[in-house]
Design a protein around this ligand. Structure first.
Ligand SMILES: [Cu+2]
Length: 152
């Protein structure tokens, strides 16, 4: 029997999906958030959870005022699993490294969290807080965390 060309395309497709699934089984679980906020603040958070359960959080925020100090930021969640930026109802937090803008107003922070920190169930968001008048003030930038991929 002669195999039609489209059959090969389909088989290659299946092989590619299987290969990707194989790769994902060894890779980290990936979450991300697109942050936006007051006065043109915007940024991105990427949260990698290794198969061993450790987390690495990369956060970049631009639009801060150069020389304006350090900014507290956290992953927020709650017991109901419905934490949202809009509601600002994530009353439980995982602390992240402070953000400090460079001379262009861009801040980068990297945080490693041990496997003993379980990533919260349900909805979570990354919140950056004002640093005046209190060291941890109101939200100035926020992004809802989405899941980009996970190993099975
Ligand atoms: Cu917070």
């Amino acid at each position: 029997m002669k195999v039609k060309p489209w059959t090969w395309v389909a088989l290659l497709g299946v092989a590619a999906v299987a290969a990707l699934a194989q790769m994902q089984s060894k890779g980290p679980e990936i979450r991300y958030a697109e942050l936006s906020g007051t006065a043109g603040l915007k940024g991105t958070a990427v949260i990698l959870t290794s198969p061993g359960g450790e987390h690495e959080v990369f956060l970049r925020l631009e639009g801060l005022r150069p020389g304006s100090g350090v900014y507290a930021n956290h992953i927020h969640y709650n017991a109901a699993g419905n934490a949202s930026c809009q509601a600002q109802n994530g009353d439980k937090i995982i602390g992240l490294a402070n953000l400090q803008p460079d001379d262009k107003g861009v801040a980068l922070a990297y945080t490693r969290l041990p496997a003993s920190v379980k990533y919260p169930e349900g909805e979570t968001y990354v919140n950056v807080h004002a640093n005046t008048p209190n060291p941890v003030g109101a939200s100035i930038a926020c992004g809802q965390v989405e899941k980009a991929g996970e190993y099975k």
